[in-house]
Design a protein around this ligand. Sequence first.
Ligand SMILES: Nc1ncnc2c1ncn2[C@@H]1O[C@H](COP(=O)(O)OP(=O)(O)OP(=O)(O)O)[C@@H](O)[C@H]1O
Length: 538
Amino acid sequence: MEKTSLSSALFAGTRFDRKRFAGDIARFRKGGPVPEAAPPPPAPEKKRKRKSKNNAKKKNKKKKRADGAPSDVVEGFSVFKGAELKDAADDAVEVEPRKDEDTEAERRRKEAEREIERAAILRKRFDIHISGHNVPAPLESFEELVSRYGCDSYLVGNLSKLGFQEPTPIQRQAISILLSGRECFACAPTGSGKTLAFLLPILMKIKPGSKGAVKAVILCPTRELAAQTTRECKKFAKGRKFSIKLVTKDLSQDGNFKDMHCDILVSTPLRLNHAIQKRDLDLSRVEYLVLDESDKLFELGFVEVIDSVVKACSNPSIIRSLFSATLPETIESLARTIMHDAVRVIVGRKNSASSLIKQRLIFTGTERGKLIALRQSFAESLNPPVLIFVQSKERAKELYKELAFDDIRADVIHGDLSEEQREDAVDNLRAGKSWVLIATEVLARGMDFKGVNCVINYDFPESASAYIHRIGRSGRAGRSGEAITFFTEEDKPFLRNIANVLVSSGCEVPSWMVALPKLKSRKHRVDRDHISFLTDEE
Ligand SMILES: Nc1ncnc2c1ncn2[C@@H]1O[C@H](COP(=O)(O)OP(=O)(O)OP(=O)(O)O)[C@@H](O)[C@H]1O
């Protein structure tokens, strides 16, 4: 699909939303400078009432003074020349408080400056980089959700029960952006809490209830990730009657969406599109659309489907957001054309691995050498849970046989398994029933296995972003992790990109690796020999 057609489709039906841009309109009318931080929050109701009482008192005082002392009025000042004295006096009442107004304006300006400074300090402290105008300040704490945004305390209570004491950097910034009604594309390391960053504003802003009106749609590239996001969302929403649904195969094929009560829908693009086309799923009232792992979603094959989903979400006030740990230039410029007045947030360095992961590259020479190296590393120390990535389902099955032969409690997950079998494999690793999970790319994105100690790239990843996402299954939520990547003679020419990722996260690599020539193609996928020691030895 052409970029232009996608962007035109994404803009289709968009009209200027006065309510949403009231702040901008007001600023243009005033013609004042544009502050970087959001304007200070409105004063609490009580204070405001007291203030207006004081103002009324002041007005009365001035009125009396004006009535009793017309000499206060400078002749010729009023533009309503020839008007009655009383009118002039009234004008004087309007004109005189200018001093107060000036001090009030000065106070507000100073407050805004302080706010900008506070926001800048927070951003520096948490390595948050933004671009876009008038970006709201990052959150200082979860409590601020209540004081600054009126968040229902049940939600903050749920976070605290889940052990979330303070927001992660991406949560600090992305949440305040989305809550202020701005669109956003966000890039932050793997395992840094992006899921809550997009779920929390949704749970705060949408109202549960009403049949047939989906209010939020979250798109994920894989079923496993969609299922995980649904589970997370239900945890955060506990105690409120939100209807949160995962679009399963059955639902997308037979669901009666018209009579269904569903507030939040989580899906892969294909299933959602099927439901839109074949099951009359109405997304015209969607208020939030999230594209999680957005760079993957925009990859070839998905673009047209995404386009169709975006078109179906036709509410002009919709707030769209894109989240990922990697944001290639191409996707970023595409995102720029489709988002409206979006803020870009980057935590740390763009397209880099989590600094919590100790990364190693191991030369194995040949395919055979990989199996030897794997057995050796298991013999030295098997620190489960371990996740092993291979490049195809055939190779996943082959390696599984080898590990089963070694009596290693391994499981395997790939596209040939049923949904249930795949879920079981993931659950077994989570529950500690299996020590090793052999997976294809399907588990590389977004899956949150808190305790994964080590990721082994048995097959060299096909790109730097695939590498970042794969190894990002360890070293999550502040824990440390380890990543080992095997490479053979055939992989050598493709080492440069991966070596650069290691360098930018502070890991040492031999200098020849980064000095390798740059390759035109960013993707690397070689035909590999079978993983088959067993047949050799028999
Ligand atoms: N504020 C927080 N405090 C403590 N733990 C948190 C916080 N936010 C998220 N987490 C936990 O951190 C882990 C990683 O979060 P999440 O899966 O959202 O990461 P992510 O940034 O989406 O990663 P990926 O890029 O791999 O998709 C999860 O186990 C989550 O429960």
